[in-house]
Design a protein around this ligand. Structure first.
Ligand SMILES: [Zn+2]
Length: 322
């Protein structure tokens, strides 16, 4: 019955006034053309370049919008041009699996992550309330500030600042390396997830790459003046102990733009910038980003167009002999 109705419908459609055949002649059957088979989807690829080392950051290219996985865990998706950023923690295992998936295909690659050795760094003379806080009002303040940082970490800037080369944010002397095991006032503490760059109080600090200010707080218990810049896809850089902030939360910054000045506020013994970086829940070594992003851009044939932001000064810090 349903088939008959469809045939009647087709006949009715064929008998519109413009297409009516002369009475008595057979209606020509419509030509049947086989639809060409759709081309097979191109094979899904993923290509990555950068620092394949503990604390390192890499840039990958794959199909636009492909879901991205690290060691089987979904970690966002490629942007509209197929770019993805990823990072490896301080204690990352020697091998990681990077995978992408679209509705039509999946692809995984295994990458080797070079191990590093970390120094033990002993720092004495810190205000004890910043090493083992005990006063109830201090503990309440720390809890409130931790919650605010946790919230800021969820920031996901739509602009892909991570596609730009990264610059050093300040001129100075490397005074403490990234990843060192810390002993503060004689007490073992969690590793140092920052690079300390010693510089006189008031020395300008600039944004190393474009982004959105995810947090700007001039006075925190541990961090002192803190700025967090979201570079997109969960890549967020941190600037601690600042004496002055020149940006506010939510503000867009360009590469080379001054965001504040060096200070010694919070848990610090002298003026320096503690520069940190995270990718999602992983702690990265920001100094590796400077070289890794430049190498990745070269690997991908120059990379995306350069942001028109201010050209940052060459701030490569001086590293004293160990
Ligand atoms: Zn530090």
């Amino acid at each position: 019955m349903r088939g008959a109705l469809i045939v009647l419908g087709l006949l009715a459609a064929a008998c519109t006034p413009q297409q009516a055949a002369p009475v008595g002649l057979p209606v020509p059957a419509p030509a049947v053309v086989a639809a060409p088979a759709p081309p097979p989807p191109p094979p899904l690829e993923i290509d990555c370049a950068g620092a394949f080392v503990q604390g390192g950051v890499v840039l990958c290219r794959t199909a636009p919008g492909a879901a991205f996985f690290v060691d089987g865990e979904e970690r966002g998706a490629a942007d509209a041009d197929g770019w993805v950023v990823a990072g490896f923690d301080r204690d990352a295992k020697p091998q990681a699996t990077l995978a992408v998936r679209t509705p039509a295909a999946a692809k995984a690659i295994d990458v080797a992550i070079a191990p590093r050795s970390y120094r033990i760094s002993r720092i004495n003379g810190l205000p004890q309330e910043t090493v083992t806080p005990s006063a109830p009002e201090v503990l309440a303040r720390i809890a409130q500030e931790s919650a605010a940082k946790e919230e800021a970490r969820k920031s996901r800037a739509p602009a892909p600042g991570f596609l730009q080369p990264f610059a050093w944010p300040v001129a100075g002397i490397m005074s403490s390396p990234w990843g060192a095991q810390r002993v503060l006032n004689g007490e073992p503490r969690s590793p140092h997830y920052g690079i300390d760059i010693a510089a006189p109080e008031g020395t300008p600090i600039v944004a190393p790459a474009p982004g959105i200010v995810a947090m700007a707080n001039p006075d925190m218990h541990f961090e002192g003046g803190l700025v967090m810049i979201d570079h997109g896809q969960g890549l967020i850089s941190y600037y601690l102990h600042m004496s002055r902030l020149d940006v506010t939360t939510g503000q867009a910054v360009v590469r080379g733009q001054q965001i504040g000045a060096v200070g010694k506020k919070g848990r610090a013994t002298g003026p320096h910038l503690c520069w940190r970086m995270r990718w999602r829940d992983r702690n990265l070594d920001p100094s590796l980003a400077v070289q890794a992003m430049a190498e990745a851009r070269t690997h991908f044939g120059g990379g995306p167009p350069l942001d028109p932001g201010a050209a940052p000064p060459n701030f490569t810090p001086w590293t004293p002999a160990p």
